[in-house]
Design a protein around this ligand. Structure first.
Ligand SMILES: Nc1nc2c(c(=O)[nH]1)N[C@H]1C(S)=C(S)[C@@H](COP(=O)(O)O)O[C@H]1N2
Ligand SMILES: [Mo]
Length: 238
């Protein structure tokens, strides 16, 4: 994966945004490395706010006919598919935390008994590939209501079995196309793709779609994101 800061630096010094423009935008004197980093972080936070303001929370991502859905969906993570965690139904529990009334853990069987819907959408990865897939699952909004989540809170966060972590704003969590996906291409979600479920968000870039989710929490503090901690924008809408 291209290191985002290198990319931003290349763009910055490659001419599209001059040092002078960045100084103007941020009001900082960016003469040393630390202030460049701070200035870039400020631009990135500003970009997040602009995106959140511009994206309509109810806008639907495009959907596609079944014939366009890929059968062998591409794998991606920060490690190889052989290292993907194999979660066992006998021991797996989905843990709930934060502003949720009923925090009883859920088994895979309980999760799969939730009402399910199917959608065919495009997954877009920042690494430069995209693929149309068919995901089946429960709208996250249905689950959040079932567990008595405080939907007036600002964010929903996710922790994963491989150490990955992500978070989304509440409008995205309640978006009708945001699913807890238990199925891919008509089959049970294969292990490398996030078994027992991934959060499928067609209005967000691929890295904001956490797999192997083990904890869901509701909070007013913006959750960290694995790639956001490594320089990518937190909002990352598409
Ligand atoms: N738990 C976890 N979720 C993750 C990742 C990861 O490394 N770990 N990678 C993200 C990225 S960058 C992408 S593009 C998609 C890939 O999902 P796929 O393997 O089903 O194509 O998962 C996202 N969710
Ligand atoms: Mo990705």
């Amino acid at each position: 994966m291209t290191r985002p800061m290198d990319l931003q630096r290349r763009r910055l010094f490659g001419g599209s945004l001059s040092v002078g423009a960045l100084t103007l935008l941020t009001g900082c004197d960016i003469s040393d490395h630390d202030s460049v980093q701070r200035a870039l972080a400020a631009v990135s936070r500003w970009n997040d706010r602009v995106q959140a303001a511009l994206f309509s929370p109810n806008r639907l991502a495009p959907t596609f006919p079944k014939a366009m859905a890929v059968k062998d969906f591409r794998y991606n993570a920060w490690y190889g598919p052989d290292k993907a965690p194999k979660l066992d139904d006998a021991t797996y529990r989905l843990t709930l935390a934060g502003q949720i009334a009923d925090k009883r853990p859920w088994t895979v069987a309980q999760l799969r008994a939730l009402p399910q819907t199917t959608q065919i959408t495009r997954h877009i990865c920042v690494e430069g590939w995209s693929m149309i897939g068919q995901w089946s699952g429960t709208p996250l909004s249905v689950f959040l209501n079932r567990i008595g989540a405080d939907t007036t809170a600002k964010y929903v966060g996710f922790e994963c079995a491989d150490g990955y972590y992500e978070g989304i704003d509440m409008p995205t969590a309640l978006h009708p196309q945001t699913l807890m996906a238990f199925g891919l291409g008509g089959d049970i979600l294969p292990t490398p793709h996030g078994y027992p479920f991934k959060i499928r968000i067609p209005t967000k870039l691929g890295f904001k779609n956490p797999k192997f989710v083990t904890t869901i929490y509701v909070t007013n503090q913006r959750p960290r994101g694995f790639w956001t901690d490594r320089g990518y924008n937190w909002f990352s809408g598409i």
